[in-house]
Design a protein around this ligand. Structure first.
Ligand SMILES: [Ca+2]
Ligand SMILES: [Ca+2]
Ligand SMILES: [Ca+2]
Ligand SMILES: [Ca+2]
Length: 503
């Protein structure tokens, strides 16, 4: 047996002889840099995150190009959020599983749009993903999510999208380290027909020891998938050089629990496929061979890459808005919002509805959409009042105007997950093609202890508190901490903020 690449030999060498590796000449050192990085990364030789309780049951079957939503919403984000919040996804709990159909409704673009892997991943950062309890996995494909689904999606928002270019050893090592650290990544592939062989029997041309190491046959499937595990010691025999090689990633598929092969435990449900590391290096995996003709798509990088995000730990929104919008083509709308004056905003939020080439799905005000403005909430400190707004742009090519019939802002500045509703006035608003409409409200971040709401913690507030002393009815005018009574804790808060905001 011989290892496929010199770098693998060197990796083994450097693990045993790291000190010598560091002592070699600079020119050799440069050659070994990626190898030394691996040796020093101190990760295990194999890791399989699909064995953890955060991982959902095998999903599928995929249909009409929704593999992007299975890989990014169902597998990747269910796992990411369950791991973040310590939840058990392995039983398929509908309150924990992120719904692939929710994401599909947001990214569907006629015949093509749902196939854009990076776009699907990017939506998780802007919108999040509703749990299955709020948007069923069998909901009609383009059924617009309910307000409850939009709002429930927000807690599953991630932070920024990251990419790892995957056609060199440094990239592969970064992916392995990310998995070793407990993360998953999402990518895509242009599979040929031996992928079908893999599904049926996990054997066939280009496949050995359940590892696919090359593509074979005719064009079969453009496909998004989630990478859940790696194993540096997974061996396979390559018919191209007659040698045994080592190292493969485990990919979870969305073709149900009878497809392909098992995860690293070799038991339980099937639904997985081993992909040799070298398929990334040879650009046989991790990209599409041609451009998808829609925008936004982003999937047309001419080399293999994978995607993941930083998460938002235990995230709950502090400030968001919901809006009732009527229009016949959501793909011609841009729905967002912000903090500050509409003509000079201090913050503008993510695009909850974004303009796309295709996807003319009608929306109406019975299913209001949400936009998360939490990242701008810090601009409204305790005691401050500011303008907040939603914005709706209608593309000039639209055939009809949009109307905004209702807008509510919700804030939870004290973070107790009880929200204050601030309805907007001045509705309805009509937004003509080629223009942007705004709906505003004035939001106050209460100053702790300011019981009369005049922006100053002073004698008047102390008077209210003392007159209410001993109240336990839950609706107490002297209740500064919101726990439903007026007692020493409330007096302590008032005194701690004494004089704040006063002239
Ligand atoms: Ca989170
Ligand atoms: Ca609150
Ligand atoms: Ca006051
Ligand atoms: Ca209290």
């Amino acid at each position: 047996m011989s290892r496929f690449s010199c770098t693998h030999l060197l990796c083994g060498f450097t693990r045993l002889h790291l000190a010598r590796c560091l002592a070699v000449s600079f020119s050799v050192m440069a050659l070994l840099m990626g190898v030394c990085a691996e040796a020093m990364a101190d990760r295990p030789p194999a890791a399989d995150n699909s064995t953890l309780i955060y991982f959902p049951p095998i999903g599928g079957p995929q249909e009409i190009g929704d593999c992007t939503c299975w890989s990014s919403a169902y597998y990747y984000n269910t796992y990411t959020q369950a791991r973040d919040e310590g939840l058990d996804a392995s039983t398929g709990d509908p309150n924990v599983i992120c719904s692939p159909r929710f994401l599909f409704a947001l990214i569907a673009q006629g015949w093509w749009g749902a196939e854009c892997t990076e776009h699907a991943m990017a939506r998780l950062a802007d919108v999040g993903c509703a749990p299955v309890s709020k948007h069923s996995m069998s909901a009609p494909w383009t059924q617009w999510p309910t307000e409850a689904a939009w709002v429930a999606a927000l807690k599953n928002r991630t932070r920024r999208l990251h990419k790892i270019r995957a056609d060199d050893e440094v990239g592969l090592e970064a992916i392995k380290q990310h998995i070793a650290d407990g993360g998953l990544v999402v990518t895509r592939a242009d599979f040929l027909s031996n992928y079908g062989n893999y599904g049926a029997s996990a054997s066939g041309p280009g496949i050995h020891n359940r590892v696919m190491y090359r593509r074979d046959g005719w064009h079969y499937l453009r496909h998004s998938i989630c990478v859940v595990a790696y194993d540096d010691n997974r061996s396979y025999w390559d018919d191209r050089d007659g040698q045994t090689h080592y190292g493969a990633f485990l990919i979870v598929n969305s073709e149900g629990p009878d497809w392909g092969w098992y995860n690293s435990t070799e038991t339980g449900d099937k639904g997985f496929i081993w992909i040799a590391y070298t398929m990334f290096l040879e650009s046989e995996f991790g990209w599409y061979d041609y451009d998808l003709p829609v925008s936004p798509c982003f999937d047309n990088a001419p080399y293999p890459e994978v995607y993941y995000h930083d998460d938002r730990p235990d995230y709950r929104p502090t400030l968001y808005a919901v809006a009732g919008i009527n229009h016949n083509a959501r793909n011609l709308l841009t729905f967002s919002g912000g903090v500050g004056p509409t003509d000079a905003p201090e913050f503008t939020g993510p695009e909850a509805i974004e303009q796309t080439d295709e996807g003319a799905i009608p929306i109406d005000d019975r299913r209001r959409a949400a936009v998360d403005l939490t990242d701008g909430a810090g601009l409204i400190p305790p005691g401050a009042t500011k303008n907040v707004f939603i914005s709706l742009g209608v593309d000039a090519s639209a055939w009809e105007e949009a109307t905004i019939t209702s807008v509510d802002f919700y804030c939870d500045f004290d973070g107790d997950r009880v929200y204050t509703n601030v309805p907007a006035t001045g509705l309805p608003v009509t937004v003509w093609p080629g223009t942007t409409g705004y709906v505003s409200a004035s939001v106050t971040n209460p100053l702790p202890g300011d019981l009369d709401g005049d922006g100053c913690v002073g004698h008047a507030d102390l008077g209210i508190l003392l007159a209410d002393w001993g109240c336990t009815t839950g609706d107490c005018s002297g209740d500064c901490d919101g726990d439903g009574d007026t007692d020493h804790a409330d007096l302590g808060i008032l005194l701690a903020h004494w004089g704040e905001g006063c002239e």
